[in-house]
Design a protein around this ligand. Sequence first.
Ligand SMILES: Nc1ncnc2c1ncn2[C@@H]1O[C@H](COP(=O)(O)OP(=O)(O)OP(=O)(O)O)[C@@H](O)[C@H]1O
Ligand SMILES: Cc1cn([C@H]2C[C@H](O)[C@@H](COP(=O)(O)O)O2)c(=O)[nH]c1=O
Length: 216
Amino acid sequence: MGKGIFITVEGPEGAGKTTILKIVASELKEKGYPVIYTREPGGIPIAEKIREIILDKSNIEMDPKTEALLYAAARRQHLVEKIIPEINKGKIVLCDRFIDASIVYQGYARGIGMDPVYLINEFAVDHVMPDLTVYFDIQPEIGLKRIQQHRETEVNRLDLEGVQFHRKVREGYKLLLRKYPERIKELDADRPLEEVKKDTEKMIMDYLQKRSFLVK
Ligand SMILES: Nc1ncnc2c1ncn2[C@@H]1O[C@H](COP(=O)(O)OP(=O)(O)OP(=O)(O)O)[C@@H](O)[C@H]1O
Ligand SMILES: Cc1cn([C@H]2C[C@H](O)[C@@H](COP(=O)(O)O)O2)c(=O)[nH]c1=O
């Protein structure tokens, strides 16, 4: 693919992904790096509309395969309309969740199966995979408590699943960590925000150095 770099963050609810990725994006920009922050599901208008449908708390009757297909559809549009063009322009794309979330949430935690969910997503992403994924590890109970404690954080349909579901999410991510040790790097997100942010930035900077990515 193009000359840019594609980095994703993943992890259970309330791990601090959005908060930290936005800070890291703005700090890297200040240092002169060509960075964009984006998120899934969403990032562009069509995918944001699909997000509203998937995460709407009143859609309790949604079938798990419908859910998986909607995430994949949102991903496809986001990829072709934003992620690929930005990578081709030489940008560092920092994306809040991507394909791993589907494999874990729909494939493992919902029980559709990791392989079938990977297959529909393979169709959606045409082999475009992240160069680096930072996995924020946290016990689901702690992450969910953070969300409940902070009123400004959106509580969505998936946040409302029982703790058992969120334990499976964490288990699923651990399986992916073992499967892709080169791409997915783990950090302990149950620490003060400043520490987690510092480690995230270091992982990203180390990777940029490894790829000889320089500020122009
Ligand atoms: N290290 C931390 N310690 C304590 N609170 C934190 C920490 N990181 C983030 N928070 C707070 O926890 C809440 C959830 O954070 P955030 O929305 O960034 O998590 P997230 O991983 O993106 O969650 P989700 O996947 O559910 O969107 C926010 O109110 C945020 O301020
Ligand atoms: C991309 C993606 C996301 N999810 C879930 C994970 C979260 O519960 C929500 C997204 O909300 P966030 O506050 O932006 O993290 O959707 C999923 O189940 N499958 C996916 O592919």
